[in-house]
Write a protein of this length. Structure first.
Length: 282
């Protein structure tokens, strides 16, 4: 059992990189990739903890990307050269959150919610502060009864406190991953299909043309039919297949490391294929 899609408290996960690796070891996982949103801050810590527990950890990232009105996520694996242009692009992404977040606090206050930017920031373990941190504050204050209610009533796209942030286009997102020495993989194609079924195949072809190397066919919220479909789409294009849970926090009803919602199983061959690709130069 492996897991190649995991968030730590360096973005919007609940656990530190060290605690994640320890939990993965305890659950019997054989390999991991940390894929925080818009940051590589936790990677060195996760890799070091992996050495301690004898668990190989791959440095990763998940980047919000925009194409033809669709928002999708691009995973990067083996992103180890993170200075220069990579650092400036990541700084741009964090800065766009810094611009957006206080304006979302203002919107919430206009809606009558007592909330401050300090309270939101205090929920984050690092500098990537996002809407899930807002949701956590709203939940703690009893303004909403669930994370989902926070998104439905306030934070989701189209809801009254929502504000968009700058996102990379496919070219810039692929360039970021490649400049960092990594391979790019389309995250959770099931969400692309949910949002824009007409764009999944055109997106795959566009991204493949930009050097994207794989598809995340195994995912907590993909059913077996979807997984098969995405494996076929990968095979037809000579792409790798990867998979992961999108673990954010322990809890009932949320994806767990490795096993997702219960039905996830990411084959070890996904790890081996990814390692081979990285060894031969991305
Ligand atoms: P941000 O990066 O700050 O824009 O927040 C994006 C994160 O918020 C996503 O990775 C999801 O975890 C969460 N999210 C976004 N939209 C929704 C939604 N409609 N319902 C629940 N969670 C959401
Ligand atoms: Zn997240
Ligand atoms: Fe994602
Ligand atoms: Fe994710």
């Amino acid at each position: 059992m492996i897991d190649l899609h995991i968030h730590s408290d360096c973005s919007d996960g609940a656990l530190s990189p060290e605690a994640l690796v320890e939990r993965a070891h305890r659950l019997g996982l054989r390999a991991l990739a940390l894929t925080d949103h818009d940051t590589v801050a936790g990677n060195d810590r996760a890799v070091a903890a992996g050495k301690q527990w004898g668990l190989p950890v791959l440095a990763g990232i998940e980047i919000s990307t925009q194409w033809r009105g669709l928002t999708f996520h691009l995973l990067g694996y083996g992103v180890t050269r993170t200075d220069g242009a990579v650092a400036s692009t990541l700084e741009f992404l964090v800065e766009s959150r810094r611009q957006r977040n206080p304006r979302m606090v203002e919107k919430l206050r206009h809606l009558g919610v007592e909330i401050t930017m300090e309270e939101v920031r205090a929920r984050a373990g690092g500098e990537v502060v996002g809407r899930p941190h807002f949701a956590a504050v709203l939940l703690a204050k009893g303004v909403v009864r669930s994370n989902q209610e926070a998104f439905d009533r306030f934070l989701g796209r189209g809801a009254p406190a929502y504000l968009d942030k700058a996102r990379l286009d496919p070219e810039a997102a692929c360039r970021l991953v490649h400049d960092a020495g990594g391979v790019a993989v389309l995250a959770h194609p099931g969400l692309v299909e949910r949002d824009r079924p007409d764009l999944l195949v055109p997106l795959l072809d566009h991204m493949t043309g930009l050097g994207m190397a794989g598809i995340e066919a195994y995912y907590s919220r993909h059913d077996p039919g979807q997984t098969l479909q995405y494996r076929n789409l990968a095979r037809q294009r000579g792409l790798l297949v990867t998979g992961g849970s999108d673990f954010h926090a322990p809890g009932q009803g949320a994806p767990e490391l490795g096993r997702g919602l219960g039905g996830l199983f990411v084959p070890d061959t996904c790890w081996e294929a990814l390692e081979d690709r990285l060894a031969t130069g991305g």
